[in-house]
Write a protein that binds this ligand. Structure first.
Ligand code: ATP
Ligand code: MG
Length: 633
């Protein structure tokens, strides 16, 4: 499956476009199927209908667990680092993970779970979260993981949308210096959820909880029951390739969350293939993805992708700044991490602490780096390259979306020459196109437009749960016969792709189209700026004006001068056209729980429309919005 040179990449890419079905069938041969497919692909983007590997039978957990037992059964599958550095870490070998998954799958069955049920998982980042996910897949139940920071209302909305009958949670969890009373949040949510019949509660924080008779059971008690039943194994449910594997609600930086649906066969093939290639995973390497399993990155690149490839995947319960801003580096040092996959928001935040937290940390084990979630600004890219990678680690700036299932446009480590700020080239099997407002495909290089994908790939979403029409209108109706990503993109003279932000985030200033990410990139280059967010607002003369929210803690008290400095920086880097009309200094930006800036809210504030900010339930810290509203210019 692994491509090993740039020439080979070009050749394989060409083949994947000319003969996509042969290409994907070849990739799929690397997996374990109980029965092979009758048909590789059946599709139209009109309805849309997308079916990969029809007729095939499999269980993804046999690919992630059983098939490794003979060869690497005693090698670590999961390394877990707790929030509190004083607490012991845990290591689960492939055999131990297999046994625990089977055991918990039997717990689920004992509690009435069966194939096709939807099960909500609301847990901290501990190995039992991965076990719960895999146990659902083992018995063919559809998991819907909700990030352990969401509010009762957000959980209730998600449980009701999918009509889940079981919830798996813990008494509480730890993140940094915060304790999160998970079970109590679930209790509040369940007041509104009539479909839930059972709640399985793991002990983690020993927070007092109210266990409701007949509904709530302890994870540990249920495991004991399975042990006394003396039936440790759990045969894997036979799944059709197109059976649903999971629902995942998108983070909601652009509106009401959608239940993105992924199916079994295509998702397995796509995550395994992209993981093996992009990170060029070699046997025995320690791989650390800092995402939470509550997000797609965690699903695809902590659990399914790495495990299907027999990798050692490191799970971290805490946050990058606890107990101090050196925590990631301590973890890299402690476990001799080889591959680190994190997000620009984390990099920018850690950068702002300077080099002190890096002192005395041995990062020499690192050989490959990754970034995901947002465009990575050049300053952050260079810092990551120099201070973390010591100039010797390729950076995979991976562009993709929840709806994509896996990485789409990304360098392949040590294969694709990288370029700061660029996601570079599509992976073989991915066919991006740029289109203009009228849906006309823009050919050639040195052009920008709206990013679409014109041919299916196995990991793509099949529907949005319970509302296929929403899937059609959101992704397939804007441009005929194409999947529309919602992102703006530049293809430079070398044919390299650079994501310029969401299409709604492209400004039209005096007739010039400027990506918000470009302006932010320039602002962030100013030495005292930690982070910024740029939005447009109606401007009498220019059509749209540039409004910048800037986090700039060390401006030496002269904010007028700092404004001028920033404006000059932007003028020098992009041009006078992109100069911010307004710069508001803020102490923080409104972010989703996955760390993305919610520009929707900033746009409203910039437009002076503060009365109705829409759904803010997915915000990490709603207080920051009040501060920004109060200081609006
Ligand atoms: P919602 O769709 O609910 O608004 P979201 O789009 O933030 O949420 P995700 O699916 O996690 O949820 O994020 C995908 C988006 O993140 C992409 O469409 C793109 O805008 C951005 N993104 C992800 N990776 C990159 C990257 N490497 N470079 C630039 N942008 C990226
Ligand atoms: Mg999105």
């Amino acid at each position: 499956m692994k491509i090993t040179s740039f020439d080979e990449y070009k050749q394989v890419y060409q083949q994947s476009v000319e003969q996509p079905e042969e290409f994907w069938a070849g990739i799929a041969e690397n997996f374990l199927w109980q029965k092979k497919w009758d048909n590789v692909l059946d599709w139209n983007f009109k309805e849309p209908k997308i079916k990969w590997f029809q007729g095939a039978k499999l269980n993804i957990t046999e690919n992630c667990l059983d098939r490794h037992l003979d060869t690497i059964g005693d090698k670590p599958a999961i390394i877990w680092e707790p929030n509190d550095p004083q607490e012991d870490h845990r290591i689960l070998t492939y055999r131990q993970l297999h046994d625990k998954v089977c055991q918990f799958a039997n717990v689920l069955k004992n509690n009435g779970a069966k194939k096709g049920d939807r099960i909500c998982i609301y847990m901290p980042m501990i190995p039992e979260l991965a076990i719960a996910v895999l146990a659902c897949a083992r018995i063919g139940a559809i998991h819907s993981v909700v990030f352990g920071g969401f509010s009762a209302q957000s959980i209730a909305d998600r449980i009701n949308d999918a009509e889940c009958n079981i919830v798996i949670t813990a008494d509480g969890g730890f993140r940094g210096n915060k304790a999160i009373p998970l079970k109590s949040v679930i209790d509040d949510a369940l007041v509104q959820c009539r479909s839930v019949k059972k709640v399985i509660v793991l002990t983690r924080s020993r927070t007092p909880v109210s266990m409701i008779k007949g509904r709530d059971v302890w994870w540990e008690d249920e495991v004991k029951k399975v042990e006394t039943q003396g039936n440790p194994d759990c045969p894997a449910e036979v799944m059709d390739a197109e059976d649903m594997l999971f629902i995942l609600y998108t983070s909601g930086s652009t509106g009401k969350p959608k239940g993105v649906v992924h199916t079994t066969g295509g998702y397995m093939v796509y995550t395994g293939y992209t993981f093996a290639n992009v990170f060029q995973y070699n046997k025995g390497e320690v791989y650390f993805c800092t995402a939470d399993i509550g997000w797609i990155t965690g699903h695809s690149y902590i659990v399914y992708g790495p495990l299907s490839q027999g990798a050692t995947t490191l799970m971290f319960e805490g946050v990058p700044t606890y107990p101090d801003a050196g925590r990631f580096w301590d973890i890299v040092d402690k476990f001799k991490v080889n591959i680190l996959y994190t997000a620009p928001t984390a990099i920018r935040s850690l950068m702002s602490f300077g080099e002190e937290p890096l002192k005395g940390k041995d990062l020499s084990s690192l050989t490959k780096l990754g970034s995901v979630g947002e465009p990575i600004n050049e300053e952050a890219w260079h810092w990551y390259d120099e201070k973390i990678g010591h100039g010797k680690c390729p950076i995979a700036d991976t562009w993709w979306q929840t709806e994509n299932g896996g990485l789409m446009i990304s360098p392949i480590c040590n294969v694709t020459p990288t370029k700061p700020g660029y996601a570079t080239l599509p992976l073989p099997g991915v066919q991006p196109v740029l289109v203009d407002e009228n849906g006309k495909v823009i050919e050639g290089n040195g052009v920008s437009g709206n990013l679409c994908i014109k041919f299916p790939w196995p990991g793509m979403l099949r529907t949005t749960y319970g509302d296929h029409e929403r899937c059609r209108t959101t992704y397939f109706a804007t441009y005929e016969n194409m999947y529309f990503t919602g992102d703006g993109c530049l293809r430079d003279e070398d044919g390299y792709y650079r994501i310029t932000g969401r299409v709604d985030d492209v400004l039209n200033v005096s007739g010039h189209r400027i990506g918000t990410a470009e302006v932010e990139n320039a602002i962030n280059m100013h030495s005292s700026v930690v982070e910024s967010a740029v939005v447009g607002y109606p401007h009498d003369i220019k059509g749209q004006g540039v409004y910048a929210f800037v986090v700039c803690p060390n401006q030496h008290g002269d904010s007028e001068l700092a404004r001028k400095d920033i404006t000059m920086t932007v003028a020098r880097i992009i041009g006078a056209i992109a100069k911010p009309d307004k710069i508001q200094f803020v102490t923080g930006l409104p972010k989703t729980r996955s760390g993305k800036i919610m520009r929707r809210i900033l746009r409203k504030i910039a437009e002076g429309e503060t009365s109705n900010l829409g759904d803010t339930s997915t915000l990490l810290d709603p207080a920051v919005v009040e501060e920004i509203k109060a200081g609006a210019l």
